[in-house]
Design a protein around this ligand. Sequence first.
Ligand code: ZN
Length: 511
Amino acid sequence: MKKLVLLLIFLFSIVITAQDYKKDFENLVSSETKSAQKKIMGTKNMNTGNYDVKYHRLDLQVDPNVAFIEGDITSYFVAKENLDEVTFELSDNMVVSEVLQRGNPLTFIQNTDDEIVITLPVTQNSGVLDSLTISYSGNPISSGFGSFEQSTHNGDPIIWTLSEPFGAKGWWPCKQDLNDKIDEIDVYVTTPQFNPSGEEYFLASNGLEQSQVVNGANKTTHFNHQYAIPAYLIAIAVTNYEIYSHTVDNNGNPFDVVNYVYLEDLSYAQANTPVTVDLINLYADLFEEYPYSNEKYGHAEFGWGGGMEHTTVSFMGGFSRGLIAHELAHQWFGDKITCGSWQDIWLNEGFATYLTGLSNKYLDGEASFKSWRIDKISSATSQTSGSVYVPAQDTTNVGRVFSSRLSYNKPSMVLHMLSRQLGEATFFQGVQEYLADPNFAYGYAKTPDFQAKMEAVSGEDLSEFFNDWIYGQGYPSYTIEWNRINTSEIQIVVNQTQSHNSVSFLKHQFL
Ligand SMILES: [Zn+2]
């Protein structure tokens, strides 16, 4: 009884301190749900499956004060079969003015399936690399959380994008395919140099800034990114940012954390972002070096609550440590290795959530980690059914795929249980080998891939564990009875009840 009373007091004190983080966490889930909405509603375009994209050069013109974009997109692609025409995706409200190949105009049509179908002048044989440039313009459709947002902060104009697999076509002609990562991109964005108040505009994008070139009243900023990236993680944001950096030593191979923040939030951001360096060092110690260390990490402030883990530059609605830890974790889990399907979303979100818990453990200590776990357990056990693995029929149900209970909180605790089952040393070794595996690194992985890796490293059969906790539903409850048999013996009986009949007995429990 004493233990129980202590636990109740402990729980009560956590409820008070956890309020800020909970609000932040709800925003985060809601933001990631919004960003995924179009991904899930959309379908893969089979007409773009006959080529591999190798490279894009995005040459864009925007004015943060105007909801409009125009650009020239140069794409290099290898034919997977003999091609007489090639299809890119672009919303049909955007107007293509010209398609050029080696300076020659090509014939094309735009259709209501959001496609540009381009006729090639000669057959591009299978295995051959070629390129072309599409020139286009328009006002991208916004649905309130669209892939291209023009807005204001404190009265100053801003444009940001959310390049989702099936929303990227809203603002640039591309191939939206999770399984065809692009090897390299160059992003050039031309804007007015100054906003209407005379403050300078700055661009945030993926990879490393190469140059800013002023031409009259305009400025062109160039970013280059040399890691494999899917179309949905390419992003731009432009406003009158204040920019400051932290340096990560990275064992003598330093890189910067570049923060693009609103002037009105500068002191708040400066007080909160330095911990990013500690978190990068922590994740590097626990797992492996930051996956994009030849370039940078960064934060760009934008207009939603929560965040979005664009590669090398997370877009942030605020700078709480929990949000910083979560979006940073996605650079390893989500960006370097992307979940192979929506059924496997826990491989992105469960890990990002667990790493936030680990950051509490290593930066604040065991008591903080325990509070965090109690919070996650309370979410995981708040309903009796539902599996971490998303059932096939639910992959178009955004609320289910991005369920904070089943895709974030419960799998974060399942990962913790797995680390206790295998022992921390084996658990971290397994995850390290998973991250380094060339079959998954800078590509994709599914649940059986992760299970097989952890089994190979530990030598244990984990099918019961995964069946109980990833594919099965519910959680165990216990009743404990004791009888004094005589003065020296006590009989204790522990009974387990399962919250859901999909699992007959759960060998492990949340701890
Ligand atoms: Zn996330």
